[in-house]
Design a protein around this ligand. Structure first.
Ligand SMILES: [Mg+2]
Ligand SMILES: [Zn+2]
Length: 227
């Protein structure tokens, strides 16, 4: 699978488990709400929830002070290639955007803590006293992914405005990344996203860290004639 030389690239990247090592929401729930999470998760597996209604049932109203949230977020690591990915996109003038089914508040804090900056779409988290109040970012009934921020919808909107763009999606999750990976021209996949694409007979590029993705992208810079 190759990236065309003559089309402008646009890179869309999942956050949890892709740009970051740990999944913020599920790690937090495992630590603070292990029983509630196990109970709701089995109902999610039984099909009682969409991804978004599961997140609402689990985390809306969560009591967690901003200070304690910050302490937790300090334990989240970015992928070893995360910073280089952002720098490479800046240097190459390739639009880079995080598409997350997590929360804007956490992405803002993690950017500050890690001294990295990116554009993003995500769901909304506001504080009411010490409690979380959640709202979806950009759901898309037509897709069927059930997430609060449908990546198919976000990538197809970008494509409508940039019809020449060669859209790349990087992700790790079957639930939140599958529709984005299918919508993109090229998908990088790991974890549960990879077997989900395999089952559908869809091509993708497997990766372990964002350094692998960068190696693949940099290979494009060499003109065919020079190989
Ligand atoms: Mg993820
Ligand atoms: Zn979707």
């Amino acid at each position: 699978m190759a990236i065309p030389q003559h089309r402008p690239l646009a890179i869309f990247c999942d956050f949890d488990g892709t740009f970051s090592v740990q999944d913020v929401g599920s790690t937090l729930a495992q630590q603070l709400l292990p029983e509630k999470r196990a109970r709701l998760w089995s109902r999610f597996v039984d099909g009682e929830f969409t991804a978004w209604s599961y997140a609402m049932a689990l985390l809306d109203g969560l009591e967690l002070s901003e200070k304690r949230l910050d302490e937790f977020l300090e334990t989240i690591d970015l992928d070893p290639g995360a910073e280089t990915m952002v720098e490479w996109c800046e240097a190459e003038e390739v639009p880079f955007r995080i598409l997350s089914d997590g929360f804007d508040w956490n992405l803002e804090r993690l950017q500050t803590m890690n001294n990295v900056q990116f554009e993003y779409n995500a769901n909304h988290l506001d504080y009411e006293g010490d409690r979380w109040r959640l709202a979806p970012g950009r759901p898309n009934e037509a897709c069927g992914c059930g997430t609060g921020s449908c990546k198919r919808g976000l990538i197809s909107s970008y494509r409508a405005e940039n019809p020449d763009a060669f859209c790349i999606h990087i992700g790790n999750g079957r639930v939140s990344d599958l529709c984005g990976a299918l919508e993109a021209d090229l998908a990088f996949a790991k974890d549960t996203l990879a077997p989900a694409l395999e089952e559908l007979g869809e091509e993708f590029v497997p990766f372990d860290t964002l350094h692998d993705v960068l190696d693949f992208l940099r290979a494009r810079e060499v003109p065919d004639s020079a190989r």
